[in-house]
Design a protein around this ligand. Sequence first.
Ligand SMILES: Nc1nc2c(ncn2[C@@H]2O[C@H](COP(=O)(O)OP(=O)(O)O)[C@@H](O)[C@H]2O)c(=O)[nH]1
Ligand SMILES: [Mg+2]
Length: 308
Amino acid sequence: MLGKLIDKFRKGLTKTREGMVQKIRAVIRRRPELDEETLEEIEEILIQADVGVCPTLRIIDHLRARVASGEPVEDAETAVQEFLEEEIRKILMPADDAAPIAITTKPHVILVVGVNGTGKTTTIGKMAHKFRREGKKVLFAAGDTFRAAAIDQLGIWAERTGADMVRHQPGADAASVAFDAIRAARVRDIDIVLIDTAGRLHTKVNLMEEVKKIRRVIDKAMPGAPHETLLVLDATTGQNAVIQAKQFHSAVEVTGLVLAKLDGTAKGGVVIAIADELDLPVRFVGMGESAEDLDDFDAESFVKALFE
Ligand SMILES: Nc1nc2c(ncn2[C@@H]2O[C@H](COP(=O)(O)OP(=O)(O)O)[C@@H](O)[C@H]2O)c(=O)[nH]1
Ligand SMILES: [Mg+2]
């Protein structure tokens, strides 16, 4: 299983590996003495790979201290690579939650939030596929009521995965869709309710207020729900994803992250920034558009794939 995941990461992270790890190797090959200029070049490469300023500066400081300690280094390229691997592993570990999502109640209500186009609806479809394969009964709430097409898109995933769906007319109140969905779930003996939301409100303030309202109404339909609020981030947007995560997290209580579109991005380093700057578990990563392309985040596999 893990071998397969490493292969997927390896494929998805090809551009990040080329833009980050291989460039660092080339720099060290050229200047194995690891002087200040070399360190600055490595720093720049890490920042360009979206590792984030804070984690990058810390990694470089640690490396500088290591160089200053004067330990003889025979093979600088390998030594630096091993050092970076270890530093990145340490940063990623806290985000690597062993149990991706613990299903603790029935129905277990999962609210999915994020800005437009990050991959919310697709992630809901993929999650449904996974839960259905585990024999669970799944129900969707079509809470992105902005366009009929958004409701239809979720409907296609419902058909494909054998999930139930509660939908209202386009333009309807998203919170009441969620409310009805939870009520229906209780009647229909559903295990997991997945609530889709819109990310396209005119201002960020409106978007946050809407999500807050949905949360309040969900809690009325089922006290204690939602049991999980998943924020979907688009890895290809790099540092923007970090900014979005901070905004959502301060406005609504996000309990976990999904990093979508990790396939083929050169900005895969953003995972390091997110793990470093946010105290949130990465529940899933998305590496493709099909139902199977949702995987648990595994820090060890990620690091191995990045450096091999
Ligand atoms: N390559 C790739 N594309 C994805 C992934 N997740 C979503 N997408 C695509 O991103 C686009 C927007 O996804 P959607 O789920 O509609 O985003 P939403 O607006 O947040 O609901 C669609 O074309 C999806 O097929 C992923 O993990 N990898
Ligand atoms: Mg959507």
